[in-house]
Design a binder for this molecule. Structure first.
Ligand SMILES: C[S@@+](CC[C@H](N)C(=O)[O-])C[C@H]1O[C@@H](n2cnc3c(N)ncnc32)[C@H](O)[C@@H]1O
Length: 260
C-alpha cells in the first residue's frame, strides 16, 4: 500500500485537478446537447437575449406532449455560461435571466456558412468516442484505437456504414470550409500559375470547389476513396475521382493534401 497522503495545499490542488479531469467530458457532452437542441439557433432566431422559458418553448420535442425540462436545461446552460459558450444577463428588476450568444456559440449555429456543429456531432458520437476508451489497450498491445473499438479500420468502417460515412464527411466538410478562404488567400500566387490541381483525400470536395471558384482558370480534381466520392455534390469546374491514393494519384499540375 502507498503511504498516507499529507493533505497540504499542493496536494489539495492536485486533487482538485484530478476531479476537473474526471469530469472534463462534461463540457463536450453539454456542448453536444445544445447542438442537438439547436439552442444557439433558437437564440439567434429571436435576434437577441432570451429567457429559458422562451428557449424551451422553441425546442422541437418531436411531437411529444412532455414539455422540455427547464431545470435540466438551466443546469446545462449554467455550465456553458461558465465556459463562455453562452452569456447571461440578470435584469435589475429581478426578472428572468436572459441568455445570449457569444463568439463561441456563433460557431455552433446549424446551417451557418461557418459552423462547427457537424464536427461536434461527429466527435461526440459513440462511434468516435469508443476508440478513446482503448488507449491503455493500444499501449499494451500496440495498434490503432479505432480498430480495437470497432473491429475494422476507420475507412473500411465508413465504406460499410453509410450513416457513419455521412457523419464523418459532414464533419470534415465544415472544417474544410472554415480553412478554405485562408488557403485560397495564402496560396494566391501559386494558384495563379497552375492549370490543374488535385486534392488528394479531398473528402466531399468543398475545399477544391472554393479554390476553383476563386480561380476559374484551374481544373479541379477531387480525389478520395470510392465510398466518399459516390456521395459528393457536383461543383462547377471540379471532377471527382474515386480511388485509393496508394494505387495512384490523378495527374495534375499540383496536388494539395490537407489533414490525411
Ligand atoms: C481526415 S479526412 C480529411 C478530409 C479533407 N482533406 C479535409 O481536410 O477536410 C481524411 C480523408 O482522407 C480520405 N482517405 C483516407 N485514406 C485514403 C486513401 N487511401 N486514398 C484516398 N483517400 C483516402 C478519407 O476518405 C477522408 O476523406
Amino acid at each position: 500500500m502507498v503511504g498516507t497522503i499529507d493533505l497540504d495545499e499542493e496536494m489539495l490542488q492536485g486533487q482538485a485537478d484530478i476531479w476537473r479531469f474526471i469530469y472534463a467530458f462534461a463540457d463536450s457532452m453539454a456542448l453536444k446537447s445544445v447542438v442537438e437542441l439547436r439552442i444557439a439557433n433558437i437564440i439567434h432566431s429571436h435576434g437577441g437575449a432570451v429567457t429559458l422559458s422562451q428557449i424551451a418553448s422553441c425546442i422541437n420535442n418531436g411531437g411529444s406532449r412532455t414539455p422540455p425540462d427547464i431545470n435540466c436545461l438551466s443546469r446545462i446552460m449554467r455550465l456553458l455560461v461558465r465556459r463562455k459558450v453562452f452569456a447571461v444577463q440578470h435584469p435589475s428588476d429581478g426578472g428572468e435571466p436572459l441568455y445570449d450568444l457569444t463568439h463561441s456559440s456563433k460557431w455552433i449555429l446549424h446551417d451557418s456558412k461557418l459552423t462547427l456543429a457537424p464536427q461536434i456531432m461527429a466527435q461526440t458520437h459513440p462511434w468516435l468516442m469508443a476508440p478513446w476508451h482503448c488507449f491503455s489497450r493500444c499501449v499494451k498491445e500496440g495498434g490503432v484505437a479505432f480498430k480495437k473499438a470497432h473491429g475494422s479500420e476507420i475507412w473500411d468502417f465508413a465504406s460499410e456504414k453509410p450513416e457513419f460515412n455521412g457523419l464523418f464527411n459532414n464533419a470534415m466538410a465544415c472544417t474544410a470550409k472554415i480553412a478554405s478562404s485562408a488557403i485560397v488567400m495564402g496560396y494566391k500566387e501559386g494558384l495563379s500559375r497552375i492549370g490543374s490541381l488535385v486534392n488528394v483525400g479531398g473528402g466531399t470536395g468543398g475545399l477544391i470547389s472554393e479554390i476553383v471558384k476563386a480561380n476559374p482558370h484551374i481544373k479541379g480534381i477531387n480525389s478520395d476513396l470510392p465510398h466518399v466520392v459516390s456521395t459528393v455534390p457536383e461543383y462547377p469546374g471540379v471532377c471527382h475521382i474515386g480511388d485509393d491514393m496508394f494505387h495512384g494519384i490523378p495527374n495534375g499540375d499540383a496536388i494539395i493534401i490537407k489533414v490525411l
